[in-house]
Write a protein that binds this ligand. Structure first.
Ligand SMILES: Nc1ncnc2c1ncn2[C@@H]1O[C@H](COP(=O)(O)OP(=O)(O)OP(=O)(O)O)[C@@H](O)[C@H]1O
Ligand SMILES: [Mg+2]
Length: 356
């Protein structure tokens, strides 16, 4: 079942302030897909999710599940499973009791309820831990109990708010793969909220990038990475992050300082130039179009990570990645590199919209 948000808006207002937490959000979450809702802290992710769940009333706009409008429906009538940002299990109940809890109000016969609880517990790989209390589980296992509890009602929609935030790095990775697997196996339409771009990129069929309550861009993760619509999206996606330079367009050339790094058809103007860390091509002779000084070279397995400086860079240093076998990259040297055109984006200096 798809989810359609139409002009969805939430304003939190009291007598001396007003926050537009979500502003005119229009989007479709396709049936059976996992969508990552992504953006910095405070951009309106949880608010969006809680409106979809029915825990918050929109100030404006509508929510549809399939063809049915659910904007006014209470949460329990929406057929959703929700895992909160700070998921809380009932500490005095066993895993089994925690998972069964949502079924109690639904008057599901006991034998069937037990069977369903075991099935979702097996699905999230905690089926053998049913008699333990939450404090006897690892963080990742507790997380999976919370997911099992959200799934036990056979919801049409699964809503996950930063479900991995309490886990250490390794468990986060493991659990996110697990969530992807569960989502694929159940085919349940899922919205996954996170501020971690790498997490969203790695498991989502599509991502929606939000800023200040406004959706900036939606698409397959790699498409958004390769074709950001503005500076914010370009900066938000990618590790190491994109490198930003002050530049300008003059007579068909893109310039950083004196260096003419690329051709362009854009008219003459000042511009912001973003170059992805994989967008620098260094050859044996150290020749090219863009000049920089190498400060530090780090070996990171297959690659070399180079920390360099250029006076037009937004920050004191920038970082790029080349193959480990590239010679000529030596601390303290000033050399040149070619810039790969499809890894270099030009943004309007004022609007920060992408021009090329
Ligand atoms: N009940 C509320 N009353 C007033 N303002 C609120 C309320 N809930 C959220 N806000 C504000 O709305 C904005 C969006 O909040 P929201 O919780 O949706 O952000 P978020 O993207 O989930 O952030 P985080 O990544 O930190 O969880 C914030 O500016 C927040 O301060
Ligand atoms: Mg939140």
């Amino acid at each position: 079942m798809d989810i359609r948000l139409v002009n969805l808006t939430k304003v939190f207002a009291d007598k001396d302030s007003e926050v537009r937490a979500v502003d005119k959000l229009d989007t479709v979450v396709p049936s059976g897909k996992l969508i990552g809702l992504l953006g910095p802290s405070g951009c309106g992710k949880s608010t969006t999710l809680y409106m979809i769940a029915g825990l918050l009333n929109p100030t404006e706009g509508q929510i549809f599940f399939g063809n049915a409008e659910v904007t006014q429906l209470p949460p329990e009538k929406r057929g959703i499973g929700l895992v909160f940002q700070n998921y809380a299990l009932y500490p005095h109940m066993t895993v089994k009791q925690n998972i069964l809890f949502p079924l109690q109000n639904l008057k599901v016969p006991k034998a069937e309820a037990l069977q369903r609880a075991q099935k979702v517990a097996d699905l999230v790989a905690i089926g053998t831990l049913m008699n333990r209390k939450p404090k006897q589980l690892s963080g990742g296992q507790q997380q999976r109990v919370a997911i099992a509890r959200a799934l036990v009602k056979n919801p049409d929609v699964l809503l996950l708010d930063e479900p991995l935030s309490n886990l250490d790095a390794r468990l986060r990775l493991q659990t996110r793969e697990e969530i992807k697997r569960i989502q694929r196996e159940t085919g349940i339409t899922t919205i996954f909220v996170t501020h971690d771009q790498e997490e969203a990129m790695s498991i989502s069929d599509e991502i929606i990038v939000m800023k200040d309550g406004v959706a900036q861009q939606k698409g397959a993760p790699q498409d958004v990475y390769n074709n950001p619509v503005n500076l914010f999206v370009a900066k938000f996606l990618g590790t190491p992050p994109i490198n930003i330079f002050k530049g300008y367009i003059k007579d068909g050339g893109v310039f950083i300082g004196e260096d003419r790094i690329l051709d362009t058809e854009l008219p003459n103007q000042e511009a912001i130039i973003g170059i992805r860390p994989e967008g620098f091509e260094v050859n044996k002779e150290g020749t090219g179009d863009f000049t920089f000084k190498i400060n530090l070279v780090e070996y990171i397995g297959r690659d070399k990570s180079v920390i360099a400086e250029n006076e037009y860079c937004e920050s004191p240093n920038f970082r790029f990645i080349v193959d480990a076998d590239i010679k000529n990259i030596v601390d303290g040297r000033t050399i040149k590199a070619k810039i790969k055109p499809h890894k270099c984006f030009i943004f309007d200096k004022l609007t920060e919209k992408r021009l090329q």
